[in-house]
Design a protein around this ligand. Structure first.
Ligand SMILES: [Cu+2]
Length: 258
């Protein structure tokens, strides 16, 4: 796999859609440019000043240039919907579930499905506007992200996975936006918020590290050893889901002005 190939099984479908859409656009462009240059050269003004044949109300031609763009849109639409269905497809039993919280102005990652690794509690990482958190993922496993926000709409985006999804406040439990990825290569990726969510939107960065399953589990144990574990996932904010720890981070973020 080339170094710049997409980082997950699902991203391959998006990369294909993107590349074939460019191919379609370039073929269309070549035909249109070809026709333009053809008429420029074939029908440029001659010394005899004779005007070429004027074609008007040519029904077959008009039908053609109505149908052709519609056919192109139908093909692109079909390809888009097919790709979307593949990318958003979810298996019933993902290997891991991570509850992602987008809060003003950082991210919290709860490793909710791995309580058995961390003594029955949920290991978490909570970033702040001045501390970029890291999301650690095991390679070749299907991971489900459940997205929630205690404040405004954010968007969870890992550009290297060619995938982002809105993080919408007011969604709880199974109603939350969610998607699954299967990372196919180890390495470091960048993550960011893709929804202009407020004044420190640009600070909502995070790092993603895809590692082996054993390195993933020892990372969780490290979090546990440092005390980054809670009885329930930290879903944050000033609503009923507020948990100790996350609130401290938020106060620090807001500089005590709230
Ligand atoms: Cu945001």
């Amino acid at each position: 796999m080339p170094a710049n190939s997409p980082g997950t099984e699902q991203a391959v479908f998006i990369a294909d859609l993107w590349q074939w859409a460019w191919v379609a656009a370039l073929i269309t462009g070549a035909v249109v440019w070809g026709l333009i240059f053809w008429v420029i050269f074939a029908y440029h003004r001659r010394s005899d000043d004779e005007i070429p044949v004027q074609t008007r109300y040519n029904l077959p031609l008009e039908i053609f240039y109505t149908i052709a763009p519609i056919m192109m849109i139908v093909v692109l639409f079909h390809a888009t919907v097919t790709t979307q269905n593949k990318v958003l497809d979810q298996v019933d039993n993902p290997d891991r579930t991570i509850e992602v919280v987008g809060q003003q102005w950082s991210w919290t990652f709860n490793y909710s499905s791995d309580r058995d690794v961390t003594g029955g509690q949920v290991a978490y990482t909570a970033g702040t506007a001045s501390h970029i958190p890291t999301l650690v993922l095991p390679v070749n496993e299907t991971i489900e992200f459940k997205l929630s926000s205690p404040d405004v709409i954010h968007s969870f985006w890992i550009p290297g996975f060619l995938m982002k999804m809105d993080v919408i406040p007011g969604q709880h439990g199974e109603d939350r936006n969610s998607f699954q990825v299967t990372p196919t290569k180890e390495g470091t990726f960048k993550g960011k918020c893709a929804e202009l969510c407020g004044v420190y939107h640009s600070r909502m960065l995070f790092d993603v590290q895809v590692v082996s399953a054993s390195a993933y589990e020892s990372y969780l144990k490290e979090l546990e050893a440092k005390g980054y574990v809670a009885d329930e996932p930290l879903l944050g904010g000033s609503d009923a889901y507020t948990q100790a720890g996350l609130e401290e981070a938020e106060n620090e973020t807001h500089g005590g002005t709230e």
